[in-house]
Design a protein around this ligand. Sequence first.
Ligand SMILES: Nc1ncnc2c1ncn2[C@@H]1O[C@H](COP(=O)(O)OP(=O)(O)OP(=O)(O)O)[C@@H](O)[C@H]1O
Ligand SMILES: [Mg+2]
Length: 424
Amino acid sequence: MGRVNVLSGDEVTAVLDHQTAVMEEIASGASLSAVLDSVVCALEELMPESRCSVLLLDDSRTLRHASAPTLPAAYSAAIDGLEPGPFAGFCGTAVHFGEPVTAVDVMTDPRWVRFRELAAGHSLRACWSSPIRCRSHVVGTFAVYHQTPYVPDQRDEELVRRFTHLASLAVEHAQAAIEREARHMADLARQTAERANLAKSQFVTALSQELRTPLQAITGFTENLQTLDLSPDQRRVALEQIGLASAHILSIVDDVLDLARVEAGAMPIDLAELEAHDVIAAALDLIQPLADRRSVTVERTGLSVTVSADRRRLQQVILNLIANAVWFSPPNSTVCIATEACDDHASIHVTDQGPGIANELLARLFVPFDRLGADAGREGGAGLGLVLARRLTEAMNATFDLASVVGVGTHITVTFAAVLRPHK
Ligand SMILES: Nc1ncnc2c1ncn2[C@@H]1O[C@H](COP(=O)(O)OP(=O)(O)OP(=O)(O)O)[C@@H](O)[C@H]1O
Ligand SMILES: [Mg+2]
């Protein structure tokens, strides 16, 4: 009761106004230092002769200035980093004992021996300090300085008590926000790890299924060769099938290993300045037999461009893209591979007149072994080509863009930064 009466009616109103303003600031998400500045300034307004500051303990239990808007900067800097202890000025002592500490005159108070000269040098003569608590732990101090020896009266103590409480609320609110953020980050990390785990087991399941078909073919034909009396023609067919199935397994294993290496950032990439047309020509030679079989015309347009790329990996990218374009396009359509150079980049475009890919399937395009329902029996197709092409492109510091319209076709662009040549 007595506490309330030490403030006049006007003062109680002023304190309430300040408290409301600070609570609104906290609620609006203002930073802790801004809120503490408001608390300190409000108290200085109600105690015009005083200068106030807030020191908070950091993780290593050292006191750091969180707010000291009117204290001399050199003094604040010298006090910053104070370790709590029985003779650590008033703030260090208040934290050490968890009790308010008053030094009526720092020139005579024994706890101030270490800081006497410093305080006197900045005309600070009386200091008193109250611990700031957060969930019953002392987390810092609220300090009030005067320029002459000063004995705080009941009014001063009541004001400091109220504003120290307000500072405690601000610190508690800020700590709760930090804890919420830490919990949120931990949740995100856990979800990411769970997703990665799920993706890994889905990958292993899909890989096993993908290998099962050719392995069954090898087992079946081998058994036939061992147990049946086959004609020379039947033996040749069986051996051919075993050869095809083995090649298929080998290509899947090669792609999986490449994908694993590129995803782990362990794929050796040997960048060199290359003429894109040379690499495209080599890829076209390899793809021509498939294009002929499928009656698809492959044409090349544009002048050659120089790119900084790994020859083998760029060829792998182009081969995968043209193979898809040729494989998924209807007979008598045309696949175009175009090169284009601008001031700051060089691009390779692969465009087909195939069925296109529906928007709702685009997200699955780069999922290993997902063939979007395409004929699972087709030669060589495991559903690894596009994801590998994109990862390899990115590993060469280039970008990979895909646009597709159902019924019109698919257009993929691989873009490299322009190769800069020194001026002669
Ligand atoms: N140009 C395209 N036009 C239409 N659909 C395409 C095209 N490119 C890819 N797709 C679809 O995306 C799927 C994934 O392509 P991706 O190249 O990764 O695998 P794949 O060609 O089936 O097998 P792999 O490339 O491993 O031999 C394909 O199965 C097909 O359904
Ligand atoms: Mg493919």
